[in-house]
Design a binder for this molecule. Sequence first.
Ligand SMILES: Nc1nc2c(c(=O)[nH]1)N[C@H]1C(S)=C(S)[C@@H](COP(=O)(O)OP(=O)(O)OC[C@H]3O[C@@H](n4cnc5c(=O)[nH]c(N)nc54)[C@H](O)[C@@H]3O)O[C@H]1N2
Ligand SMILES: Nc1nc2c(c(=O)[nH]1)N[C@H]1C(S)=C(S)[C@@H](COP(=O)(O)OP(=O)(O)OC[C@H]3O[C@@H](n4cnc5c(=O)[nH]c(N)nc54)[C@H](O)[C@@H]3O)O[C@H]1N2
Ligand code: SF4
Ligand SMILES: [Mo]
Length: 698
Amino acid sequence: MHVIPSICTFCGVGCGIGLRVQDGRVIGVEPQPGHPVSQGQLCSKGWSSSFAIDPANRLTDPLIKEHGRFRRASWDEALGRVAEAFRTVLDEAGPQGVGVISCARASNEDNYAAQKFARAVLGTHNIDHCARICHSPSVAGLARTLGSGAMTNSIADIDQAELILVIGADVTENHAMIGARMLRAQARGATLIVVDPRRTRLARLADIHLQLRLGSNIALLNGLLQIILANGWENHAFLAARCEDIEPLRQHLAGLSVEQSSALTGIAVAELEQVAYLYSHAKTAFTAYGMGITQFQSGTNNVIAVSNLALACGQVGRAGTGINPLRGQNNVQGACDMGCLPDVYPGYQDIADAAVRAKFAAAWDTPPPAHPGLTSLGMTKAALAGELRALLIMGEELVLTDPDQGHVARALAALDFLVVVELTLTETAKFADVVLPAASFAEKHGTFTNCERRVQRVRQAIAPPGTARCDWQILGELAARMGHPGMAWADAEALFDEMAGLTPIYSGMTYAELDRQHGLQWPCDVAHPHGSPVLHAQSFPLGRGRLLPVTQVEPDECPDAEYPFAFTTHRLHFHYGGGSMTRKSPLLERETPAALLFMHPADGAALGLRDQQAVAVRSRRGYLETRVHLTDDVPRGTLAMPYHFREAPCNRLTNSAQDPISKMPELKACAVAVEPLAVGERPRIQAIAEEVSPDASL
Ligand SMILES: Nc1nc2c(c(=O)[nH]1)N[C@H]1C(S)=C(S)[C@@H](COP(=O)(O)OP(=O)(O)OC[C@H]3O[C@@H](n4cnc5c(=O)[nH]c(N)nc54)[C@H](O)[C@@H]3O)O[C@H]1N2
Ligand SMILES: Nc1nc2c(c(=O)[nH]1)N[C@H]1C(S)=C(S)[C@@H](COP(=O)(O)OP(=O)(O)OC[C@H]3O[C@@H](n4cnc5c(=O)[nH]c(N)nc54)[C@H](O)[C@@H]3O)O[C@H]1N2
Ligand code: SF4
Ligand SMILES: [Mo]
């Protein structure tokens, strides 16, 4: 047996793992000793990685759908089909008729190839990925206040924080090794404050839990800041040296009252005052936030409200402080860095900048796309309208993970042609005309960029199952068939070198340098050859930080007589995303085998429900059946449900109302009605693909 060092394939913490390999198979996983992020530990998902990529569960050959059934095909035939379908749509509808959705679980190399394929081969900026429905409000909001949307500090900064403020993030469940680090910091004396409408495990352990009303973040953050300014607790020196005029924000807040904040959030004035005092008086306050901030139609403004608080108190630009969006997927930071977004080339270089366009046109030897691009939700909308006709989805399970499943399924069914590149036959892949088998992280060389901007190497430990190939190789071969030989890289390292040469924030990185240590944090360039653990120490990319007035906005859909419950969605520790990988692990599946609807016991009693009784849940968009779990972890009137379970897909219910700035859909709040099913009745399993496209079964 030998052990190949790699990086966990699940969340954005980026723990260091060792893949135990015997007889060409990964037989287990161990923590990497001395890894700066995971410090010799892993969470249960990391330990279970070998099940997630087990060859027994994997696609081994390309599949082509004919007469409603998939059949195995050669690569030559399958790639020929794909190239021909894209050529046809390009001829008939032009580059706006095609698009690519890339994968925040795949490597930087794969993602660079995906956006190059979209821009240089298809000639379109229609390229996006799940960051749209994750931290796009962070990218948009922090661009406005600081000029950069990434985590400002490092995970290790938690050790130096006097106070840790967690807003809308369930850290022990979803960024487990960061959660553990926060609890260790608390044990050493740091104050831990959690802001969440649910009583999460971290909230129960925190010194203070502000159990705010769902969707009242801005009212809360404005309230805290108002108290700070009214008492003169702001950091005058920092504001004078580092920020633009705070006066407009001061005047805006002076028009609001703390009592109003208290009424909107349900948090007592005294508690708001206590937290305002502690945050502004801490020498170092580390602020971390997640989907409880971003997944609202006010997502960008929510992020701005977080930024206002940190800037006013000078809690940015020093060790132990910072505004830290906890990026979710193992490589979502990287997929954004690689330019898998419609408005930027790799390294956030603006597609509207003529010099940038010229640079990429010269490097790729092809003119830049002529039209602006669509977001992922824009692409599904365009598909329904018949404007987007051919789509390549590289490893995204959007039938389960995008809002309003009925809409997504109808959109995919409306396409002329869909190709999905995946590890397994997911619910999304069932809609495809062609499915191409991809190599997993353990079967390829490459890099992942974790939430603290740390670019780390993954290494090939075993051969891919069957004839599966790396995403970048598949895209390179498709490009060649479409007349673009410029994506035929010799290996992953050659691809990385091309990318680093065009991406200033990665320009100081090579595989040799990344191999020598546990990765490097960008920006890594001539000025920062050893990378950048803390951003904005001297100045912000915008120069001075901006404090921008924002106002509380209620969710698009609030409870009413017909749909009396507020409904929110979240994650569970033992499962991941659409579940296509974690649900293959017997251990993880044993811990959490089914979706539950979390409901307060008083609401259960009012409906005459017993714990674990089957219920029907209905929103304006869809219907599902599941079991109810009665718990006071959720407040009265608010229901919560995880999104990992294809048999009870909560995204049938969710609302796709969007943040006008970032296009983030409101995944955290909509309104539902609940009806009990008869005691003893089982929830009916909700078939997905079959309903819309009855011919999709294998
Ligand atoms: N086990 C596991 N880990 C994961 C993932 C997974 O699927 N499973 N996914 C990864 C990904 S892609 C991401 S983006 C991260 C996400 O990690 P988190 O951001 O922690 O994700 P969620 O659990 O969706 O939501 C966080 C919290 O927001 C709270 N919340 C809801 N509404 C509000 C509100 O109005 N205000 C406030 N302040 N809070 C609110 C919810 O109750 C929930 O506890 O996790 C990553 N890690
Ligand atoms: N209701 C609700 N919905 C949500 C959320 C929520 O909080 N509530 N959260 C949203 C968020 S934050 C996110 S990030 C999205 C996540 O949405 P998705 O990205 O759709 O979720 P995953 O299940 O991680 O899907 C990734 C797929 O990539 C495949 N994969 C893994 N590695 C590779 C690889 O190397 N190559 C290829 N080709 N494929 C690979 C896996 O098999 C898996 O099927 O979900 C969103 N949806
Ligand atoms: S905390 Fe995240 S990166 Fe670390 S082992 Fe768990 S899932 Fe993997
Ligand atoms: Mo995410």
